[in-house]
Design a protein around this ligand. Sequence first.
Ligand code: SF4
Ligand code: SF4
Ligand code: F3S
Length: 265
Amino acid sequence: ETKPRLPVLWLHGLECTCCSESFIRSGNPLSSDVILKMISLDYDDTLMTAAGHDAEAILDEIPNKYPGEYILAVEGNPPLNEDGMYCIIGGKPFVERLKSVAANAKAVIAWGACASWGCVQAAKPNPTQAVPIDKVITDKPIIKVPGCPPIAEVMTGVISYILTFDRLPELDSRGRPAMFYGQRIHDKCYRRPHFDAGEFVQSWDDEGARKGYCLYKMGCKGPTTYNACSTVRWNGGVSFPIQSGHGCIGCSEDNFWDNGPFYSR
Ligand code: SF4
Ligand code: SF4
Ligand code: F3S
């Protein structure tokens, strides 16, 4: 209770902001508890009320005051073409802001597919040359929390882990927290017994669809997708895409946006 709260600076590059939309819906822990009691969210241009030069000054102040102690959380990514002109924030290319705030950070969290892999703005032919953040931040530990968006409780779970154990979570070979990305959707999918029994949905609204058969033949990417959707689920554990009748499109995997089609194998 006497320990100062961990400073966090949350930047937004090229993105859709639905990683934030997911984050603010965390039920356990509540995102309000994370923001108001667990961390010191000193900058987040989406959630904070401050604006203008005083707000922007925080991005100089915190790295100078807490070198090596704060976490940089990044939603979205930098476009590199035309010297970064496709994402200007506060009058400067986002890539400059990203590099400068990362310089003194203890570690960096890459929220979602945008920051982790590039996502739809990096889809072929990628005219803005959008790149994942590890292409420009190369000297800091980066925790990739992919998904489009990531599950809310996975996002707050990563922060809770860092605060509870005072260390970064164990990462897999792709830089993702092993505790949330160590298994495929397919490994824990409740439709798996139908897969094993050879019972597949063959077309939308057929008898198999009504009986909840496996969606593999409808393009489900669960067998090649590492994420916690079939265990943690969404909306406080209520459901996930496959439970609502749609196959997984592999939204936490690198290049999922160009790896379609989504509806066939
Ligand atoms: Fe939006 Fe997906 Fe990017 Fe998150 S990863 S900001 S949900 S496009
Ligand atoms: Fe695997 Fe998808 Fe079938 Fe579930 S619905 S068992 S994830 S192929
Ligand atoms: Fe994404 Fe597949 Fe989960 S589409 S939300 S990883 S079930």
